[in-house]
Design a protein around this ligand. Structure first.
Ligand SMILES: Cc1ncc(COP(=O)(O)O)c(C=O)c1O
Length: 476
């Protein structure tokens, strides 16, 4: 493809994207295709001869859109949001054009340096203490990981390296294998499954602890578990505190957990994957009280801060434990400025990395902090609107206190009745939601996901849920 065609193709695509997003609420939120729908729609083999871009463009609706779940539709209320904005889409175009692999500073200095500065901007926006930021002049700083799951694993590996080094000093006669077999980490039973998975991948035990009646992990519970394990001869080394659990968006008692971790010299990682974006609004920072006691902190601007996937922001107070744990330094990756700036390949699991800081730079500049705050506040207000509508119908109950853009609700009835309700809702295809279950209570989650969501959309979703509730309860 020559530059002229590229310009035409890109312009046509920009028009298509704008049309798609601005009219997305008119599409069926989940497609009605069956598995295997796509193969008959495309040829068996790649074309031998080049096709015109117009032919590809002409196939997008038929082949792709017919099988797309529209995550950015105001009718989409499943999981948690994933972000989408025009500035981030354009930044991804530029990232694609530069197409560098920024594994070291010299591999593309702008790629590393913009990331360092953007993570400082972002850290200040959410009120992270200076001890996490590169601008503090120490070793601390931020990095963009692909996902929160990677951040949890990277922090676990850092915690493992730090603890092994400390225990080796205390017990030089112990082998690394012996120490490894004694390591134990902790999280809330409601923590995301990626925390348990990080334990499996890191080859260490992770214990899931019972939260209190509000689904928060408390310091006392953690302390008891740590004491119990120390009595058994185990070595507590890592704790993940969740701010905004996946099932019902509750917040662990970070301040209490931080005290326990600090007094036992245990690495504290904070997983604020979804809810962390809300901390750009100062009124929600009470939920991250105690953050200064953590060793690492992570949230996903790609969930709720208008930066398209993937952009998971992570800060480390002492990156040296991660850098040293992952440091293999072949000659072909060395450069003359090593040590003066981060070589981000040591801060992550893969070697390659895209120029993702561009997305942050574009979004932060083209929205400004003020508009991002407005966006978060609007989503939370819409969640409260849904909560109000739902609470006014005495067939329903709210399962969890609404603090962010997620409402957990259920019919005041059996789990089976609620399952039936959700089957009907999703079966009709007008809106899309997913359930969860805590302590054997099945409930339905309604997340405000789309940046296009308005009050009228929430009322439409509520009407649809009410209609389905009329249907499933009519024979009772
Ligand atoms: C609390 C929490 N942690 C981690 C994750 C995993 O996020 P990612 O897909 O970025 O790994 C999620 C996903 O929703 C989450 O809610």
């Amino acid at each position: 493809m020559e530059a002229g065609d590229f310009k035409d193709f890109a312009k046509a695509m920009a028009d298509y994207i704008a049309e798609y997003l601005e009219n997305i609420r008119d599409r069926q939120v989940v497609p009605s295709v069956k598995p295997g729908y796509l193969r008959p729609l495309v040829p068996e083999q790649a074309p031998q001869k080049a096709e015109p871009w117009t032919a590809v463009m002409a196939d997008i609706e038929r082949v792709v859109m017919s099988g797309v779940t529209h995550w950015h539709s105001p009718r989409f209320h499943a999981y948690f949001p994933t972000a989408n904005s025009y500035p981030a889409i354009v930044a991804d175009m530029l990232s694609g054009a530069i197409a560098c692999i920024g594994f070291s500073w010299i591999a593309s200095p702008a790629c590393t340096e913009l990331e360092v500065v953007m993570l400082d901007w972002l850290g200040q926006m959410i009120g992270l203490p200076e001890t996490f930021l590169a601008r503090s002049g120490g070793e601390a700083g931020g990095v963009i990981q692909g996902t929160a799951s990677e951040a949890t694993l990277v922090a676990l590996l850092g915690a493992k390296a730090r603890t092994i080094s400390r225990v080796k000093e205390q017990h030089p006669e112990w082998t690394e294998l012996e120490i490894l077999s004694k390591l134990v980490g902790y999280c809330n039973k409601q923590a995301h499954s990626s925390v348990e998975r990080a334990g499996l991948l890191g080859g260490v035990k992770m214990r899931s602890l019972q939260p209190d009646s509000k689904r928060k992990l408390r310091g006392e519970t953690l302390k008891e578990a740590i004491d119990e394990d120390i009595r058994k001869g185990l070595i507590p080394f890592y704790v993940v505190a969740t701010l905004g659990t996946t099932s019902s968006c509750t917040f662990d008692a970070l301040d209490e957990i931080g005290d326990v971790c600090n007094s036992y010299n245990v690495w504290l990682h904070v997983d604020a994957a979804y809810a962390g974006s809300a901390f750009i609004c100062p009124e929600y920072r009470y939920l991250m009280k105690g953050v200064e006691k953590a060793d690492s902190y992570n949230f996903n601007p790609h969930k709720w801060m208008l930066v398209n996937f993937d952009c998971s922001a992570m800060w480390l107070k002492q990156p040296r434990w991660v850098v040293d744990a992952f440091n293999v330094d072949p000659l072909y990756l060395k450069h003359d400025h090593q040590g003066a700036v981060p070589d981000y390949r040591h801060w992550q699991i893969p070697l390659g990395r895209r120029f993702r800081a561009l997305k942050l730079w574009f979004v932060l500049r083209l929205y400004g902090v003020e508009n991002l705050q407005k966006f978060i506040r609007k989503h939370i207000a819409l969640a409260h609107l849904f909560e109000k509508l739902c609470s006014a119908d005495d067939r329903f109950e709210i399962f969890e206190e609404v603090t962010m853009g997620l409402v957990c609700f259920r019919l005041k009835d059996s789990n089976e009745m609620n399952e039936e309700l959700l089957r009907l809702i999703n079966g009709r295809g007008k809106i899309h939601l997913v359930p969860s279950k805590i302590d054997d209570v099945y409930f339905i989650r309604l997340a405000i996901c789309s940046r296009f969501s308005e009050e009228s959309d929430i009322k439409i979703s509520w009407e649809e849920i009410k209609t389905c509730a009329d249907e499933v309860t009519k024979n009772v």
